[in-house]
Design a protein around this ligand. Structure first.
Ligand code: PDD
Length: 280
């Protein structure tokens, strides 16, 4: 695979950064994950907008204009073979003598790589996935797409260790999001997801699903969701750029709905796939 690092394209295995990089020492940086379908970026402008917001929130100057980002990322995609790709990019506060305070002169590290994007397996589409609930032990700025993901990593691993695929997080008995996904529930035909704010990442996929729901007359609400509503839900979905919309059919070992991916999931998945084909 070909990667991009600080102005050059090179084989991923040859891309090296300093051990003094603040991304390595402090997790001092932000990132994005963007899907590519048929060689075309999906919702790129929105990802670049969110990147700009993350950079601003951590007081890092955006190293590129929107056009420069587009050109670099497009070249990266062209240098990699797969038609469907997942592009990962990150910007850190660069290498400097270790000191919590910002360095006087920041030379950011800009890195991007691409990997093949695998479609959801047939098994997953038929059976759905299991999730567990966990207390949301993260910080109070979850709207920033920070590379410091230790809590998310520990929570995801707890889910895996419990034989599940995702940890669904609760803050004061209210749903926030998954360890690496946003969460929707369906109750009595209404699609519900928690409102945006500092407790969750403003997912690009989340926003598209709300858009598609509105365009297609599917009732939806952005409101607080109580822990107890999860087990009462007819459907639960996880959403992210890499996994699209995944139906959850078990939570903490309890069956959701009739234990199979729900009807509204099937409908939304069709709308999503059709939308993808349109922009591709
Ligand atoms: N994660 N919430 C969290 C904590 C996430 O890490 C992600 C995505 C999402 C969904 O956002 P979007 O729809 O914009 O991908 C929500 C990416 C895929 C990752 O870390 O790999």
């Amino acid at each position: 695979a070909t990667a991009y690092l600080n102005g050059e394209f090179l084989p991923l295995g040859q891309a090296k950064v300093s051990v003094l990089d603040r991304g390595f020492l402090f997790g001092d940086g932000v990132y994005e994950v963007i899907p590519v379908y048929g060689g075309h970026f999906f919702r790129l402008a929105l990802h670049l907008q969110r990147l700009a917001q993350s950079l601003e929130a951590v007081r890092l100057e955006n190293p590129f204009s929107e056009n420069q980002w587009q050109n670099m990322l497009q070249e990266l995609v062209e240098r990699n073979e797969s038609v469907d790709q997942t592009v990962y990019l990150q910007v850190t506060r660069g290498a400097a003598i270790r000191n919590h305070a910002f360095p006087d002169r920041v030379e950011p590290t800009v890195f991007a790589m691409s990997s093949p994007l695998e479609p959801l397996s047939a098994e997953l589409r038929i059976k759905g996935v299991s999730a567990v609930t966990r207390e949301d032990i993260r910080w109070k700025c979850c709207h920033i797409k920070s590379i410091a993901l230790l809590a998310n990593v520990l929570l995801r691993q707890e889910a895996i260790d419990a034989g599940a695929q995702e940890a669904i997080l609760l803050h004061e008995e209210q749903l926030t999001e998954g360890a690496a996904s946003n969460v929707f529930i369906v109750r009595e035909g209404v699609l519900v997801t928690p409102p945006k704010g500092s407790f969750l990442l403003s997912g690009i996929t989340r926003d598209l699903i709300l858009e598609l729901a509105k365009e297609n007359g599917i009732p939806c609400q952005e409101r607080a969701i109580l822990a107890q509503e999860l087990t009462q839900a007819d459907e639960i979905w996880l959403t992210s750029s890499t996994r699209e919309i995944i139906p959850v059919t078990r939570i903490d070992g309890i069956r959701i709905g009739n234990g199979a991916p729900g009807l509204l999931w099937q409908r939304m998945d069709k709308l999503y796939q059709a939308y993808k084909m349109k922009v591709r």
